[in-house]
Ligand binder design. Structure first.
Ligand SMILES: N[C@@H](CCC(=O)N[C@@H](CS)C(=O)NCC(=O)O)C(=O)O
Length: 211
């Protein structure tokens, strides 16, 4: 099977690069410079009409949206490595629920926060009361994640899995956007476990010497 990932440094593709490193699978990685608009070239638009990264090309067929790529990587390569639950297990349902929740539900709140206060968003969209409401709802969402992580060290139990990598990646990004994990002790402990993994340090922090 041939795998080719189109990515860019510190972007929505970073968690996918992290997942590939964690799985230790062979995958050609093409790094775009987004500021040069390489992602808008006709050849790339033919495989991802949205002109964004990441896209994973699997035996010539493109798959886009980071969460779907990582769930597919879990299905195809994670089960045999003990990093993703097998089909038809209760844990698979837990993994799908929390990973989609992170990108769809938590991610929607994060978009509101970014539009309403990020320096990268058009200042005319900035709206401090909306930002405050988004922060309040994100904190409540983290409280629900904290309750899940109070039951076991990781989302699926005692062992780290790609479900943790996917959800913790979104939560890590949200801290860059101004979300605080203070007051959520289980989330803090779990984020530290995620961020101390060699694959995270190599892909998010650029520690090339880390094995
Ligand atoms: N929902 C998409 C978001 C993809 C996305 O917006 N990627 C950004 C980088 S973080 C991008 O490629 N931007 C380039 C552009 O908009 O031209 C995913 O998760 O894959």
């Amino acid at each position: 099977m041939s795998l080719k990932l189109f990515a860019a440094p510190m972007s929505s593709a970073t968690p996918v690069v992290n997942a590939i490193a964690e799985l230790g699978i062979d995958c050609e990685i093409v790094m775009f410079d987004l500021s040069s608009r390489e992602q808008k070239q006709p050849a790339y638009l033919a495989i991802n009409p949205h002109g964004v990264v990441p896209t994973l090309v699997v035996d010539g067929t493109p798959l886009f949206e980071a969460v779907e790529i990582m769930q597919w990587l879990g299905d195809r390569h994670g089960v045999e490595r003990g990093l993703w639950p097998a089909a038809d297990t209760p844990a698979r349902l837990v993994a799908l629920s929390w990973t989609s929740w992170a990108y769809v539900s938590y991610g929607a709140l994060l978009n509101v926060l970014n539009f309403s206060q990020s320096p990268r968003a058009d200042a005319r969209l900035h709206h401090p009361p909306l930002a405050a409401e988004a922060l309040k709802q994100l904190d409540a969402a983290l409280g629900r994640l904290d309750a899940q992580l109070a039951k076991a060290p990781f989302l699926l139990g005692d062992a780290f899995s790609l479900a943790d990598l996917i959800v913790a990646g979104v939560v890590t990004y949200s801290t860059y956007c101004g979300v605080s994990v203070d007051g959520h002790a289980h989330v803090q402990r779990w984020l530290q476990a995620f961020q101390s993994r060699p694959a995270y340090r190599r892909t998010w922090m650029g520690e090339s010497a880390v094995a």
